[in-house]
Design a binder for this molecule. Structure first.
Ligand SMILES: C[S@@+](CC[C@H](N)C(=O)[O-])C[C@H]1O[C@@H](n2cnc3c(N)ncnc32)[C@H](O)[C@@H]1O
Length: 315
């Protein structure tokens, strides 16, 4: 794929705004506008439906080879400035959910309220394989002790309350969105001490792509410590793998066709963006290395074009 530094002055000007922003004065609103603008500009630099004249499906990838796509190369300084390592991620997520109460939790699900969103979340978790695995564990062991990282509005908590004993369910979040005595606030990389050390399951869907590799590693190490032997860490996140890094998708609204992982740094690492944050999507090899070093057995539960659902078992 043709990689070229985009010298789009308009994008650069908008990024420059951030040079003067203090961490706690982080202007999410401005960030969102900039972000939407940047996305659309970036996508326009790729090929549009009009040019290509038909809808691209993932299976159609060969047809795209004749086009030369350009990726947006993002500046390291900007990545660092807005990295969850360097901003207050509790504040960031609080603001994100204030401005976009539904879309920040489950993007483009077309839900009207939190109840509908929780239903859509469970369907998504089911489709990714994570929820099915959790249910099969609970069917075998009704009192399995569970920790959920980043529970959103509590779709899983609702499921556990309805079918099992909620007393065995714990959750942590940088921005707790529902009231529950065992939902604890975290700094974004630490499992609070209130969480027991004999967990059967740690569960997390659609969260780890928003973290930096350092935050992820910090959680992964603590998760291993908190699990019982045989305990399972089930998670689903965006992952770049050699067979997916070049995949093109088509935006259903704009019709623009662009690489699924359109942002890279100068070293060629891939990024996803969430509002104005860019976070590196670990390649699958990095995850394999981490869990091998932690001596945890890795199983791929399911895979889509941009995400993996993985189960890591403590040996
Ligand atoms: C995209 S939402 C997904 C919510 C839920 N898991 C679902 O699938 O519906 C991400 C959730 O993770 C939380 N979160 C983001 N970064 C986090 C971190 N570093 N540690 C814990 N929670 C985090 C957010 O506050 C939010 O509740």
């Amino acid at each position: 794929m043709n990689q070229k530094k985009i010298s789009n002055q308009a994008i650069t000007r908008r990024f420059k705004k951030y040079n003067n922003i203090k961490i706690n004065g982080f202007l999410l609103r401005g960030g969102v506008r900039m972000d939407a603008f940047m996305q659309s500009r970036a996508n326009k630099r790729f090929v549009s439906e009009k040019t290509f004249n038909r809808t691209i499906t993932v299976g159609d990838q060969d047809a795209l080879k004749k086009f030369s796509f350009k990726r947006v190369v993002i500046d390291e300084e900007l990545i660092n400035k807005l990295s969850p390592n360097n901003i207050d991620c509790c504040h960031f997520w609080k603001k994100a959910t204030e401005y976009f109460p539904l879309g920040s939790i489950l993007y483009s699900a077309n839900c009207k309220n939190k109840t509908e969103l929780n239903e859509a979340s469970l369907k998504a978790h089911e489709a990714w394989g994570a929820f099915g695995l959790l249910k099969s564990i609970l069917e075998k062991n009704e009192s399995a002790k569970i920790l959920e990282i980043g529970p959103g509005y509590g779709a899983i908590a609702g499921f556990v309350a309805e079918n099992y004993n909620l007393e065995n369910y714990y959750a942590i979040d940088v921005n707790p969105l529902f009231k529950y005595k065992k939902l604890f606030k975290t700094d974004g990389k630490t499992i609070p001490e209130q969480i027991p050390n004999d967990l059967d399951v740690v569960y997390s869907v659609n969260v780890f792509q928003h973290l930096t590799p350092e935050q992820r590693l910090s959680y992964f190490e603590q998760i291993k410590d908190k699990l019982v032997v045989g305990g399972k860490f089930i998670f689903s996140m965006f992952v770049v793998a050699p067979d997916t890094e070049e995949i093109m998708i088509q935006d259903p609204n704009s019709g623009h066709i662009h690489p699924i992982f359109g942002f890279q740094d100068k070293q060629g690492n891939y990024y996803i963006n969430f509002f104005s944050q860019f976070t590196r999507c670990n390649t699958i090899h990095e995850l394999i290395d981490i869990f091998t070093n932690l001596n945890m057995k890795l199983e791929l539960i399911s895979k889509t074009v941009n995400s993996y659902c993985i189960c890591a078992t403590k040996l």
